[in-house]
Write a protein that binds this ligand. Structure first.
Ligand SMILES: *Cc1c(COP(=O)(O)O)cnc(C)c1O
Length: 385
């Protein structure tokens, strides 16, 4: 197959979803479909009964097309257009996660016009700082997301006064690629405080949505191909204080799909620079922007590994931007023109962020399905479905 292309291991995807469901037990899981909107991947996830967390009207339509139950769809985002709100209402989605006072009023107006009643969860900015890249922190006061704790009562009163909406939940999402579980412990404690604060004032909350953010192991994707769902849910089980009637929701994106995708690329040229060696590959930031956008590091392996001595390369793409590089001083077995490389752990925020900058074609897609018992021996070969 012509490189560059995304290669998805659907067997690993299934095992990941199965493990997630097993560990989540009585918690409700919504897959954050912005991480990967591929139809085949989403049909598999929807088939396991997960809900969908959508951040645009088109994602809502796509989720329904992929088989998610509309009443298990939640709609988040700071800037929902009237048309997108209508799409949510017409499809009777489960919940709107609202992020501002004005949005509350607008959803009420549109719902009233359409003769619908919308369920609303207030997205609260818990002011919890997390150790992750600054572009993917979302839960501190400087971020554009959510309503401040100080404005909760005002928001609740506003919703009370609106006839076509009702408050059902609280929503939180503190950021992405979080691997230090202390961050989730802080979140749980903040949530407890807020739930208690509302309870004391007689304000009823049916569900608490704790967002997503569970990180994956980009350094050891083969050893840790399935994220630590048990550890993640245990933090909440041990720390969150909910009433028996209250439901707990999560919206996981990266951890569901991140490890099932590789980006396969070919070495075009080896160039000896003045002080460096460059491996110029045919994939670029148009195919995978995470390294350029978030300084993300992905493991890169040769498709057909051998035992040649290793050398250091800057592995770069062909785009006319200096940020178009996958790794600098990367130690890998000696490369030559025509070698194929796999950039690992690109199932989340990879293909969905690809663009046609430089009038490049979008990357292709290959689905593979490697049964568990063969996975270890076949990690380096592709199996056509
Ligand atoms: C992006 C996003 C998620 C998913 O985050 P991951 O880090 O991929 O798990 C969940 N909830 C909201 C509101 C989001 O914007």
């Amino acid at each position: 197959m012509k490189t560059p292309y995304y290669s998805y291991d659907l067997g690993l995807l299934e095992r990941t979803v199965q493990q997630l469901i097993f560990e989540a037990k009585n918690y409700n899981i919504h897959y954050a479909i912005k991480a990967n909107t591929d139809e085949r991947i989403n049909k598999i996830i929807a088939n396991y009964g997960l809900g969908a967390d959508c951040v645009s009207g088109n994602e809502i339509k796509h989720a329904i097309k992929c088989g998610y139950n509309p009443n298990k769809i939640v709609f988040a985002g700071v800037g929902k257009t009237d048309e997108e709100i209508e799409i949510g209402l017409i499809n009777d989605i489960g919940c709107f996660n609202v992020e501002s006072m004005q949005e509350i009023k607008v959803i009420n107006e549109i719902a009233s016009k359409l003769n619908k009643k919308a369920s609303i969860a207030l997205r609260i900015n818990p002011n919890v700082d997390v150790d992750t890249h600054q572009y993917i922190k979302t839960g501190i006061n400087e971020n554009k997301f959510g309503i401040a704790f100080e404005n909760i009562i005002e928001a609740v009163q506003l919703i009370d006064a609106c006839k076509s909406i009702e408050l059902t939940g609280l929503h939180f999402h503190i950021g992405s690629q979080i691997t230090n579980f202390r961050n989730f412990e802080f979140l749980a404690n903040k949530v407890n405080y807020i739930l208690n604060f509302l309870d004391e004032r007689g304000i009823e909350i049916e569900h608490v949505n704790l967002g997503g953010g569970l990180g994956i192991d980009y350094e050891n994707p083969i050893e840790n191909s399935i994220p630590n769902f048990r550890g993640y849910f245990t933090v909440f089980r041990e720390n969150i204080a909910i009433k028996p009637h209250q439901k707990v929701h999560f919206e996981l994106g990266r951890s569901v799909v991140g490890q099932c995708g590789d980006l396969v690329t070919s070495v075009l040229f080896i160039k000896e620079g003045m002080s460096k060696k460059f491996a110029i590959v045919d994939a670029g930031m148009t195919d995978l922007i995470r390294p350029a956008l978030y300084q993300a590091n992905h493991l890169i392996v040769k498709s057909k590994g051998g035992t040649n001595p290793k050398e250091k390369y800057d592995i770069v793409g062909p785009i006319c931007e200096s940020s178009d590089q996958f790794s600098t001083n990367y130690l890998i077995e000696k490369l030559k023109r025509g070698d194929q490389l796999k950039i690992k752990s690109v199932g989340a925020y990879g293909q969905v962020m690809s663009s046609e900058y430089n009038l490049r074609k979008k990357p292709g897609v290959l689905y593979t399905n490697i049964p568990l018992e063969l996975e270890e021996t076949l990690t380096h070969s592709l199996h056509l479905n």
